[in-house]
Unconditional design. Structure first.
Length: 315
């Protein structure tokens, strides 16, 4: 199909500061090296990555009718993302997180759920979904307004119209969440959580076991990101592990979303799964070297050069 890529799901404005080694007592203060705002969330951040990598992309979700929403929409538009299908919800704040970034790149989160929980099945732009070349459902677990069947309905409509599909989640994962996600999985070409989420979803002790469990529920392919441990791709016919690039990590915010963007972009280029992993891996590594989900990636050509020229970590 020649339609746009569509991301549907969580839209969050991140407020990030680095580096934070401790929270001061009382009304004490700490000077930081950098504070910035960045578009985030499993739909918005993936949309930014796709746009930077040269794909026509529209994003779908909800933000509040507030100043945070204005900033988030303006940032997405600045990267060339079509936000005309992002609903503004009155009297609800835009979903936002405060992220104090630690020196090792870890990012504890203080989060306000906000408008993501208010996006409803009646807000879905069905003509856009049915025209999509690829649909990425990102963070539907944060969108209570879709109900138990809404996410599966969206994926089914996209698949029936000829789109390839992928899905990621936002929360930590649990067997209870897996029960909610089960109706979606037969309509997902690539399920792309991180390994910890997959293990918690399935009650598994190892990523390989979690991937096999998810395949048994109808997913065509599972890609698990593992931070510095690289990524693992599993289908009914193959299992591939790819090491992470050897880089100095600044901030891991949005790395999983960047991996999804790189992988999806490679799908649209017609690359085989092993090469899709490599572009996802490179996109994630570029983002990890800056502050925020929108850092690092410049364009497709530079990302491909980085993919080819930057060494991988030794096992």
């Amino acid at each position: 199909m020649s339609g746009p890529a569509v991301t549907l799901g969580a839209h969050i404005l991140d407020i990030l500061g680095r580096y934070v080694t401790h929270i001061p007592e009382g009304q004490g203060s700490v000077l930081l090296d950098e504070i910035r705002l960045a578009p985030a969330g499993s739909a918005a951040a993936t949309a930014v990555g796709l746009a930077k990598l040269g794909l026509s992309v529209a994003t779908v979700g909800a933000v509040g009718d507030d100043a945070l929403g204005d900033v988030l929409i303006r940032a997405l538009n600045g990267f060339g993302v079509d936000t005309s299908h992002v609903i503004r919800k009155p009297a609800v704040q835009t979903s936002a997180s405060i992220l104090p970034i630690r020196p090792n790149g870890d990012r504890p989160a203080l989060h306000a759920i906000g408008a993501n929980a208010c996006f409803a099945i009646d807000d879905v732009p069905w003509p856009l979904i049915e025209s999509a070349a690829h649909l990425h459902l990102g963070g539907s677990d944060s969108m209570r307004g879709l109900g138990r069947d809404g996410a599966a309905q969206i994926l089914r409509r996209a698949r029936d119209s000829g789109a390839t599909t992928s899905m990621d989640i936002l929360s930590e994962g649990s067997p209870k969440l897996l029960a909610i996600l089960k109706p979606c999985l037969p309509f997902v070409d690539w399920f792309m959580p991180n390994a910890d989420q997959a293990c918690k979803l399935t009650g598994s002790h190892a990523p390989e076991e979690a991937a096999r469990h998810l395949l048994g529920l109808g997913v065509r392919g599972v890609v698990l990101t593992m931070g510095g441990g690289g990524s693992l791709l599993t289908t009914a016919r193959e299992k591939l592990h790819l090491a992470a690039h050897d880089i100095a990590v600044v901030d891991t915010s949005g790395c999983g979303d960047a991996y999804c963007a790189g992988f999806i972009r490679a799908i649209r280029l017609g690359w085989p799964p092993s090469e899709c992993m490599k572009l996802g891996n490179a996109a994630a590594a570029l983002v990890a070297q800056g502050l925020g989900s929108d850092a690092g990636i410049r364009d497709l050509a530079e990302t491909v050069r980085f993919m080819r020229d930057t060494p991988l970590r030794s096992s």
